[in-house]
Design a protein around this ligand. Structure first.
Ligand code: PY5
Length: 306
């Protein structure tokens, strides 16, 4: 999906024209993956664009930074304002919002504590991540031969830029094999998550997702899904899962800011359920899309207007 440029990018406190948002080739994070980031969406609502769970995303950004001992030189309020300001400046009714904290130019050693910390917020229009057809008909996934990293190797609880080379290895393997997306197992062989999404299965009346200890990111969409499902009266719990639990599930879906809620229709060439999005997946998807647009009063607090 080629990037559609917008007018301005927020860089270290000021909005600069899109084409001027440049960095030096010796930017520390470019070489060593030493940044942290967020992926957020702003949705069109009757009261103008609203950023979905902005506070929760910014809180996670600070947690990621803490894990990697990065001192963000702005307050949470300043970064939330930066996100709102950049969305406003774009004039877009809805967009993807990408805050990035990176170590800049100044040091080339591996000690990140000496490098300057820079922050940028970029927004651009980003459609359905796993395809429009994926959203309505479901995607085909493959369990990757690449494992999700162990928490004592690279912590999956943080959203560090460098960790995404792990996801990319799995993604490329899946795409080259003709699938849409990969599912990753942790070093113990249990299901962890997809390359940029959390995963859920429906078994009978239950909705189940792997725990954080399985190496999944603390997804904000995951949390929204759990809340919506509980409010629908569904039993929701976290449990370790083997890959065969995926094959035999009644329904499977993945969720994330970019992918939103995407049904899964096939895993490793086994058809899931009836081979089309199941009833609970559809109900959760429908409620989620209504919630992000401000159409569900009880989830109004998730929307932060710009
Ligand atoms: N797991 C991983 C590894 C992720 O990268 C993401 C988000 C999620 C789960 C879902 O988390 P959340 O619901 O909080 O978004 N991925 C980013 C996103 O913006 C980057 C994808 C390209 O969705």
């Amino acid at each position: 999906m080629p990037i559609t440029p917008t007018e301005k990018i927020w860089m270290d406190g000021t909005l600069v024209p899109w084409e001027d948002a440049k960095i030096h080739i010796l930017t520390h994070s470019l070489h060593y993956g030493s940044g942290v980031f967020e992926g957020i969406r702003a949705y069109e609502t009757r009261k103008g664009p609203a950023i979905f769970r902005l506070t929760d995303h910014i809180d996670r950004l600070y947690r990621s930074a803490k894990i990697f001992t990065i001192d963000i030189p702005y307050t949470r309020e300043q970064l939330m304002d930066a996100c709102k300001e950049t969305v406003r400046a774009s004039g877009l009714p809805s967009c993807y919002v990408r805050p990035l904290v990176y170590l800049g130019y100044g040091e080339m050693g591996l000690n990140p504590l000496l490098a300057p910390v820079n922050v940028a917020v970029v927004v651009w229009p980003w459609g359905t991540y796993l395809g429009d057809e994926g959203l309505t008909k479901g995607v085909r996934m493959k369990v990757s031969s690449w494992r999700r990293h162990d928490p004592n190797i690279i912590p999956p609880a943080a959203k560090g830029t460098g960790q995404y080379i792990n996801s990319q290895l799995a993604k490329v393997e899946a795409i080259k094999a003709g699938y849409d997306e990969a599912i990753m197992l942790n070093p113990q062989g249990m299901v962890s998550e997809a390359t940029g999404e959390n995963i859920f299965i429906v078994r009978g009346d239950d909705l189940i997702t792997p725990p954080m200890s399985a190496g999944a990111l603390v997804g904000i969409t995951r949390d929204s899904v759990m809340t919506i499902a509980r409010d629908l009266g569904v039993a929701v719990y976290e449990a370790e899962m083997q890959r065969t639990d995926l094959y035999t599930a009644d329904e499977v879906f993945v969720c994330g800011t970019a992918a939103e809620i995407t049904p899964v229709r096939e895993i490793d060439d086994r058809v899931i359920g009836a081979g089309e999005p199941g009833p609970l997946t559809k109900k959760i998807q429908e409620t989620f899309f209504a919630a992000v647009k401000g159409e569900v009063e009880q989830y109004g607090q998730w929307l932060e207007h710009v």
